[in-house]
Design a binder for this molecule. Structure first.
Ligand code: ADP
Ligand code: MG
Length: 700
């Protein structure tokens, strides 16, 4: 159970003054807590991205319009909005000995302003200045104080990422409230290490970041941020080490057999396995036969053929009379896995079913019943497989596709659905070797490094957006020759809505050229609609598919040979690689056109060049890390490590080895986290939501 000491941090944001149900919803969106109420801790981990510096105190003559300034002015007169035009601005004229300033308010109350800015008095006014008709202006000053209150004027204020409907001051005020809720926490880091790194305490770190004295205080490299990032890395490494230790203690149940079922599947394949597929299957079969739990990661680039390896793993436990589950991150992928697997399974006599959030009613309850009595050998699904109603007769193997979207705790949840469940994790995101341990430190690794035979290299070209007409022409020729084309629309950071608008606009334009051969698929569509669009494209009923990044993962249409990626410069390297992996899946020659807006920055240029040079996902991943390491800070969303809130590879990745060693050392001395430092580290695991691992200390 979570120590009650931490309760104030896990309290709902509604515990803070000024946050009611309505504002709470906005914070939920801001903090990415769509499913559960946002908590004080979520807000504290919402770190500033910059500061407003109010220390500049120019005379009016020296104010540079457009900058933030704090000026000392005498209030000369008020010019309220005329009574018949309440929407007209309320203006207040002020001055110092060097010039004039107009303070402008919209829909403000007169009595309030007369009190705030009394005629004849001196006021310190701080805000963003502008120039309007040659007059210096400040619209809605952010702070107005008298001489006596000058000390209350914040000199440097944090700037936070916001969401529509939520203002900066609301967030600041809420954060101020949250800061007062932090309890005294015993230090969980090693004191000597803290000194050596010059790290503040956890509480001080949060205070420094949310009440910065300098812009440099809110940079990811600052001691405060780095401290928190190290906390998070240590929590991650500790959790992995605990999971691993737990797994080692677990007796497994060996599943083995003659390999007859595998042989039947292989016989039904229209191709032969690549050498690395063969090795991966051997690894897995050996693991499965051993009386220990298997936890293996199968890493392979897009198109490297992981699905068939997964099916062969499933066949192994099914032959032993047990069941397997394959979980995909999206509905589309689950259905696609099913489509790939079904004919092979049928040939081998394996009974397969699907279970996703969309399956309801009779069919669903029938599937559940059949699973429970062992009438289904392999179930393919989405996270619907986690649900409580889902019970297996004897689940032996859980296969999780696209692992980075699921956390350790989801893996464990699936593992609890059976006795001694072996785990196979598939990931198409090539992860640099240096980072494998960060995410998968608890697993053995198999890699699929070569592509299935017969694949043609993809011709990748970068084309400036100005030449889009030529691109449309080329797309038309490709369609005319019977090829299938993906057109991926720009990623707009802030919102899914604007992604969609851009895609819809492009769709409408392309429709004018190609009529009903064009289709659109995007994230806002219902599951069934999306599947239908994919199915039409796959069947060739439509030939040009305009898409937002929903096609990013795993979708397999072999006839697709052309991909246009609009605003390629806005995508991360890994993401471009993933997208491109949708083509070049058959034996036909494929082309990828990276449309970019010129001029390209240095890093963007380097990124596109790497893509043109290589299709090796592992190399691309390494290069990506290097480029980011060289200071190309993408948006937080892209550069953050999946599953981590505060730690960023490019800034904090170098601390990983230390965190790993530290975790190993701690557990070697105190495997149950019972020493004073161990107790403190339990708090850390809760704070970064790696507490699932704590339960494993006792369990078996
Ligand atoms: P991914 O690793 O991206 O999940 P898939 O398992 O979807 O890749 O496989 C991609 C495509 O390659 C599928 O159409 C599959 O049938 C095919 N494939 C898999 N293995 C081989 C092989 N050894 N030889 C030829 N084609 C293969
Ligand atoms: Mg796949």
């Amino acid at each position: 159970m979570r120590p009650s000491l931490l309760d104030p941090l896990f309290a709902s944001l509604k515990a803070l003054s000024g946050i009611g149900p309505k504002v709470e919803k906005l914070f939920a969106r801001l903090l990415g807590r769509d499913d559960a109420p946002p908590r004080v801790l979520d807000l504290l981990f919402h770190l500033p991205t910059g500061t407003v510096d109010r220390r500049a105190r120019p005379k009016l003559r020296d104010v540079i319009p457009g900058t933030v300034a704090t000026v000392a002015v005498t209030i000369d007169r008020h010019r309220p909005s005329p009574p018949h035009r309440p929407r007209a601005p309320y203006q207040i004229y002020a001055s110092d000995e060097t010039g004039d300033l107009v303070l402008t308010y919209f829909s403000a109350r007169r009595d309030y302003l007369e009190k705030l800015l009394p005629v004849g008095e001196l006021r310190y006014v701080s805000g963003t200045t502008g120039s309007y008709d040659g007059t210096l202006q400040m619209v809605h000053p952010e702070h107005v104080v008298s001489e006596a209150d000058l000390a209350k004027l914040p000199l440097v204020e944090p700037v936070y990422p916001l969401t529509e409907g939520l203002g900066l001051n609301q967030v600041r005020k809420a954060v101020d409230g949250a800061l007062t809720k932090i309890p005294m926490l015993p230090e969980w880091q090693d004191e000597a290490w803290l000194k050596q790194q010059d790290f503040p305490s956890f509480v001080e770190a949060l205070q420094h970041l949310h009440r910065p004295a300098e812009l440099s205080d809110v940079r990811p490299e600052s001691p405060a941020w780095t401290r928190l990032a190290y906390d998070e890395l240590l929590a991650g490494q500790l959790a992995l080490a605990l999971v691993r230790a737990h797994q080692r203690r677990q007796p497994g149940r060996g599943s083995s057999g003659e390999g007859m079922l595998r042989a039947k599947v292989i016989a039904a394949l229209p191709y032969s396995l690549t050498p690395s597929q063969g090795r991966a299957v051997d690894d897995i079969v050996t693991d499965l036969a051993r009386p220990q739990r298997m936890v293996r990661l199968l890493q392979g680039d897009v198109g490297s053929g992981k699905t068939v390896v997964a099916l062969l793993a499933a066949a192994t436990v099914i032959e032993a009379g047990r069941q397997a589950a394959l979980m995909a991150p999206t509905e589309i992928l689950a259905r696609q896995h099913l489509a790939t697997i079904a004919p092979l399974a049928e040939a081998a006599g394996i009974r397969v079913a699907i279970l996703t959030g969309r399956d309801r009613g009779r069919e669903r309850s029938e599937t559940l019943d059949r699973l429970a009595i062992g009438d289904i050998d392999l179930v393919v699904g989405t996270h619907a497989l986690f649900q409580d109603e889902v019970a297996f007769r004897d689940l032996a193997l859980a296969i999780v596709d696209e692992q980075h979207r699921f956390g350790v705790h989801q893996r464990l949840a699936l593992a609890r659905k059976g006795e001694a469940v072996d785990m196979l994790v598939l990931t198409a995101t090539p992860i640099p070797r240096t980072l494998v341990l960060t995410f998968f430190g608890d697993m053995e690794v198999s890699e699929l490094r070569e592509k299935p035979a017969g694949r043609q290299p993809i011709d990748t070209r970068a084309v400036p957006l100005g030449r889009i007409d030529e691109v449309v022409g080329a797309v038309g020729r490709a369609i005319g020759e019977g090829h299938r084309v993906y057109w991926v629309c720009p990623l707009v950071e802030e919102s899914e809505t604007s992604d969609l608008a851009a895609a819809e606009e492009r769709f409408a334009q392309l429709q004018q050229h190609f009529g009903d051969r064009v289709d659109l698929v995007h994230g806002r569509m219902k599951g069934a609609e999306k599947d239908r669009a994919m199915a039409r494209f796959s069947a060739g009923e439509t030939q040009l598919l305009v898409a937002t990044t929903v096609i990013e993962v795993g979708v397999d249409v072999q006839a697709a040979t052309v991909m246009v990626i609009e605003h390629a410069e806005r995508f991360g390297l890994a993401q471009l690689h993933q997208l491109r992996g949708r083509i070049g899946r058959g034996s036909e020659h494929s082309t990828c056109l990276l449309l970019y807006r010129s001029p390209l920055g240095e890093t963007a240029k380097a990124r596109l060049n790497i893509l043109r040079e290589t299709e090796d996902g592992f190399r691309i991943a390494e290069e990506d890390l290097k480029l980011r390491g060289e200071g190309d800070v993408l948006g937080t969303r892209q550069s953050g490590m999946p599953g981590f809130r505060l730690a960023h590879i490019e800034f904090h990745g170098k601390l990983l080895p230390a965190a790993r060693d530290d975790a190993a050392l701690v557990l070697s001395r105190d495997p149950e986290l019972k020493s004073p430092r161990g107790e403190a580290l339990r708090n850390l695991l809760y704070l970064f939501e790696r507490d699932e691992a704590i339960r494993l200390i006792q369990a078996g």
